[in-house]
Design a protein around this ligand. Sequence first.
Ligand code: BDR
Ligand code: CA
Length: 310
Amino acid sequence: TRKIIIDTDPGQDDAVAILLALASPELDVLGITCVAGNVPLALTSKNARVVCELAGRTEVPVFAGCDRPLARKLVTAEYVHGKTGLDGIALPEPSMALQERHAVDFLIETLRSESAGTVTLCPLGPLTNIATALQRAPEIAARISEIVLMGGAYFEVGNTTPAAEFNIHVDPQAAEIVFGSGVPLVVMPLDVTHKALTTRARVEAFRNLGTPVGHAVASWTDFFERFDMAKYGSEGAPLHDPCVIAYLLKPDLFSGRHINVEIETSSELTMGMTVADWWRVTDRAPNAMFMGDVDAAGFYALLTERLARL
Ligand code: BDR
Ligand code: CA
């Protein structure tokens, strides 16, 4: 099995990603670290526990981390995810406790205590927790197996500003630290996630699982879809964050290029843009496997098959 830490701001698509990981025996979820993003930290750290309880996995430790970006004011996305961050279905208040340790301490201590090169980080929200850990304990960089994250965009450009994707836009300074860390990176940008759209048939497949998990995922997707369908006129919504977990399970579903990606942190106009050297027009060293395409049918088949196990 592969040891992972999920760093997240649930969010309906984060929730589906967590469920996909918990349903997959290939993955050992050492912990879930929460960050402020889609909604404030108090809600993301509650929602992560709601999801663990839905999956019947109350032993997975959930940690609260940074409540605001490194340098900028927190911008949230209730207009996409609803007031709770998990609108679409009413689930019980979690009874499992939040861990007392700060998420950043958990990240640092885990990376120090596990064998070097065995822990993969899976950031699904703004990169504040990961960047803070790297700043505080730079030696952990060499101990991380890889960072597989959802964020950024190249051909699809922005969903939050014309130039930037939400996770990177919320904390560009943190993204700059992560992209400059030297840790092997795999990036799932909007270019990929906007090809992994829910369709009626795919949502019905979740509902037809006939389980509480299937029902919740279908209800979340129904809610989440409205935003993208209205905005982009697309046939469904992108399930962004589950792409990260799907990559760990079936990397062949995705294709991309190993290229240089830099983060814009000075221009307000293009703040948080992922400047991806897709055509290799510079001699800047590659620092990321930047994905561009996904086998959407294969992705949904994997997701549905795994969710059926919960
Ligand atoms: C990202 O932003 C959030 O709204 C989603 O959870 C995803 O992580 C997509 O831009
Ligand atoms: Ca997210």
